[in-house]
Design a binder for this molecule. Structure first.
Ligand code: AKB
Length: 313
């Protein structure tokens, strides 16, 4: 197969920055076009501005750069999405539809669509949540992602588009900051522990959520995308798991390295969102289909996070 030509949307976001770099290591810098609505001072070329709602611009980039694969990361997350539901729906869903249509028309090799644990809701079993469960998301972000999963499945069944998707848990990494999610506390807590020795958490102490270290999220994404077509049995979002913990458990883990660290709790509107998600995930389909297995747990992640952040903060 010839060298892919990849376009990443949302390349300056929390996952986008790290994934773009990882894809460039695999396929070469010139083979991966980073796009975003804003440009960071440190953005590595090749980079192009792209507002995901500008279909004409998207088409031009795909045609000019002869794009064969798209990793579509641009989205508004769960907490921010609640401030402007209609805008969130437009960005999260219409952006995906434009990409699926282009992928069909141009007979692209592959598309990646990140889904999320936000597709789950109050009717979903909360512990060891199976792959196929009732989905009644409580946020517009979750609604847009669960509907997006259906569109991915449809484009695969109806047109044979090779679209692949993961239901990411909360992602934690030292390289980039999340923006506007409900799981953001699990990144902020490391920064505040090192900078100020204390953190006020916007979730309550016993809120257990599925989480994953960035290295594992990148490994899952590249492994899924490189897996042979025949091994992919799910075209909506694969359940994906690594660890689950509460704010008080992550605080205890940090205290092992920074004994003076203290945490207080002041739950806000994000508590209700977190309470509607699940606690832990059954990801046996991902393990079976493409040999998924995480490398990091809470203690190895904490060690690695603190080590890297000490050098970068
Ligand atoms: C969020 O909190 O909105 C995201 C997610 C779980 O999809 N991190």
């Amino acid at each position: 197969m010839s060298q892919p030509k990849i376009l990443v949307t949302g390349a300056n976001g929390q996952i986008g920055r790290v994934l773009t770099e990882a894809l460039r290591k695999i396929y070469g810098t010139e083979s991966v076009l980073a796009t975003d609505i804003t440009k960071l001072p440190v953005t590595v070329e090749p980079f192009e501005f792209l507002d995901i709602l500008n279909n004409q611009r998207l088409r031009e980039l795909v045609e000019d750069h002869k794009i064969t694969q798209i990793y579509h990361l641009a989205a508004i997350l769960s907490a921010n999405g609640e401030w402007n539901p209609i805008k969130t729906w437009n960005i999260n869903l219409n952006g995906l539809l434009a990409i699926l249509e282009l992928a069909r028309e141009k007979e692209m090799d592959k598309v990646f669509f990140p889904s999320t644990i936000a597709v789950f809701g109050n009717t979903t079993p909360r512990v060891n949540t199976p792959q196929d469960v009732p989905l009644l998301p409580t946020t517009v972000y979750g609604m847009s992602k669960s509907t997006g999963e259906l569109w991915c499945n449809y484009y695969h069944q109806r047109y044979g588009v090779d679209v692949r998707s993961l239901r990411y848990p909360g992602i934690i990494g030292w390289q980039s900051l999340p923006a506007g999610g409900t799981t953001d506390y699990a990144v902020e807590i490391y920064h505040e522990a090192l900078k100020n020795g204390q953190y006020e958490c916007f979730l309550s102490e016993n809120t257990r959520l599925p989480m994953m270290y960035m290295d594992d999220a990148i490994k899952a994404t590249t492994d899924l995308m490189q897996a042979p077509k025949e091994s992919i049995s799910i075209r909506y979002g694969y359940n994906l798991a690594a660890m689950s913990f509460t704010p008080s458990e992550i605080a205890e883990e940090i205290k092992k390295h920074i004994p003076e660290f203290s945490i207080t709790y002041k739950p806000d509107f994000r508590q209700q969102i977190a309470a509607s998600w699940t606690e832990s995930i059954d990801d046996s389909m991902a393990r079976k289909d493409w040999n998924w297995k995480p490398d990091f747990n809470l203690s190895s992640m904490t060690l690695d996070m603190l080590h890297h952040l000490k050098n970068t903060l």
